[in-house]
Design a protein around this ligand. Structure first.
Ligand SMILES: Nc1ncnc2c1ncn2[C@@H]1O[C@H](COP(=O)(O)OP(=O)(O)OP(=O)(O)O)[C@@H](O)[C@H]1O
Ligand SMILES: [Mg+2]
Length: 510
């Protein structure tokens, strides 16, 4: 690899939070022209280290150098001034403003002479030259998630970032958008920018990274050239032991039908129908995968089953009982469990602790208390038992769950949803943002649910996950179910084509 000059050096960085050392004497450097991947298990300190580099957190100890000069960042603006920009997982854009307005918002250059048309011109040039396809005069609310991410990137370029930090950028992107993002990153590094990429996906590391730094429990364990490692080496460095993955679906005992949907239609946002004449069934012991490009009805399908969206016609039954248009509460009592894709939105309540989050669904049960009065001792014992059973790692059961790492939040959510042995589990992207060990743990839990006799619907964007766990796979396209294929007969290519609208028979013929 070409030896480029070092832009950033972080030396002996230590950051402590109550009860945990998030970064423990970490050394990390970034060179011009490289994509530097930052890998590590959930909770290993990646986001913390990058929040320090982008001026959001102050380290307890350690020094940062930019171009060989020591810097001390008091806030993100200082970091941006030094050419360091971070794109967070939750974008910080104002919906009702245009792209250009968002870009100048909070920028120091904002003054009397700032002309919006000039800003737009410059943005259009930047967007064009990096292949971002961003329209500067579009309102942010009109944009897709992928487009919003590109707005964040163009914003950082506009503000002169030479080092761009991306925290799990592809977690919210379709495979197609991810490829486009990587092409943009390559254009940036070709011009001497540096990119720091936090990701859990090994194939992304192998595809775009020049160097890789691995964090384990707050310490940096290695910085290596990508060309000198295999995905397995990286997994072992992350976990400090040989990783033995490989849980897999079993033939299993497929029993009676649990979920049955017949001719279900539902309205979407605006005037488009979001679900169009959906008929499917899932039996006890069975895992059915659902795939589709975003915007084709994946989320809506989950929502009508769990009572968060009304259907306009059709029938939904669970164990033969009519469940259509019942409330989420009624459906919980009928044994329908929902693992939503936004852990901290519809899933957990971020400001509450693990106990409150875990008892949220069971507080009506007599074991925890009478009426509205919860027996605190019993609630705590119940929560501790689940935390233990589901392997949630936390420093205190009474800390807000917003402070847990992504993987542990997900385990907590699964613990709550699976604790009462549901009949039907609807899981949406359950392993998004999880490291390989945590994803494996989630897979194991879903398989256990099926072998216990639950029916499982797994909505996923990860075809490897679908092939590993599911007995059948259905493809959603424009609100229609394009096929329902036994997994042994499915190929990734066939599914990919169906996601773009090809029918099952067309794909077979070709
Ligand atoms: N603001 C905070 N207050 C208290 N503890 C925190 C805070 N932010 C992070 N932590 C803790 O610091 C540790 C490192 O967290 P961090 O978010 O950096 O991990 P990560 O590697 O980004 O994990 P993930 O892959 O799940 O995103 C975790 O134990 C986390 O619970
Ligand atoms: Mg993180």
């Amino acid at each position: 690899m070409k030896q480029e000059k070092t832009l950033i050096e972080m030396v002996n960085i230590t950051k402590r939070f109550p009860g945990v050392v998030a970064n423990d004497c970490v050394n990390f450097d970034v060179r011009a022209g490289e994509v530097h991947a930052l890998l590590g298990e959930n909770g290993s300190g990646k986001s913390t280290l990058m929040s320090i580099l982008s001026g959001l957190y102050k380290p307890n100890d350690g020094r940062i150098f930019v171009d060989g000069q020591e810097v001390v960042f008091k806030n993100p603006r200082d970091a941006i001034e030094a050419g360091i920009g971070m794109v967070h997982q939750h974008f910080k854009l104002v919906d009702t403003f245009t792209v250009a307005e968002n870009v100048v918002l909070g920028s120091k250059k904002l003054g009397f002479f700032l002309r919006m048309d000039n800003v737009e011109k410059k943005l259009a040039r930047l967007s064009e030259s990096y292949g971002l396809g961003v329209n500067p005069s579009a309102k942010v609310w009109q944009l897709s998630v992928g487009e919003r991410q590109r707005v964040e990137i163009v914003k950082m370029l506009y503000r002169g970032s030479r080092v761009l930090i991306l925290d799990e950028p592809t977690a919210v992107l379709t495979p197609q958008e991810a490829r486009e993002l990587f092409a943009t990153l390559k254009k940036m590094t070709a011009r001497g920018h540096a990119v720091i990429l936090i990701t859990h996906k090994m194939q992304e590391v192998m595809e775009v990274a020049d160097r890789v730094t691995v964090l384990r429990r707050g310490k940096s364990v290695a910085t290596i050239n990508r060309s000198e490692v295999t995905p397995r080496d990286l997994a072992n460095l992350m976990m400090g032991q040989d990783f033995v993955g490989g849980v897999k679906r079993e033939k299993g005992n497929i029993g009676r039908t649990v979920l049955e949907m017949t001719g279900v239609n539902a309205e979407g946002e605006g005037h488009r129908p979001s679900l169009n004449n959906i008929s499917l069934s899932i039996a006890s012991g069975e895992i059915m995968g659902i795939v589709g490009v975003a915007g084709n009805g994946r989320r809506e399908l989950a929502e009508v089953i769990v009572g968060m969206r009304k259907i306009s016609s059709g029938r939904i039954r669970v164990d033969g009982k009519d469940t259509a248009n019942k409330s989420p509460r009624e459906l919980i009592d009928m044994g329908v469990s929902y693992i939503p894709d936004d852990r901290l939105g519809t899933g957990l309540v971020p400001s509450l602790d693990a106990v409150d989050n875990l008892i949220m669904k069971s507080y009506k049960k007599p074991a925890l208390g009478k009426g509205l009065f919860i027996n605190l001792g019993r609630a705590r014992a119940y929560a501790e038992k689940l935390v233990d059973e589901f392997g949630v790692k936390l420093t205190s059961i009474h800390a807000p769950v917003s402070l847990l790492s992504g993987g542990n939040q997900q385990r907590l959510l699964l613990a709550r949803e699976l604790a009462e042995n549901p009949r039907l589990v609807v899981a949406v992207f359950p392993s998004r943002g999880l490291d390989i060990a945590a994803a494996e743990a989630v897979h194991k839990l879903l398989l256990e649910q099926a072998s216990r006799g639950a029916a499982v619907m797994l909505i996923s964007e990860d075809l490897d996950e679908i092939f590993k766990l599911c007995h059948r796979v259905g493809v959603l396209y424009k609100g229609c179910l394009m096929g329902d294929i036994p997994i042994e007969e499915a190929s990734a290519e066939q599914i990919g084509l169906m996601m773009l609208g090809a029918s099952k028979s067309e794909v077979k013929a070709s």
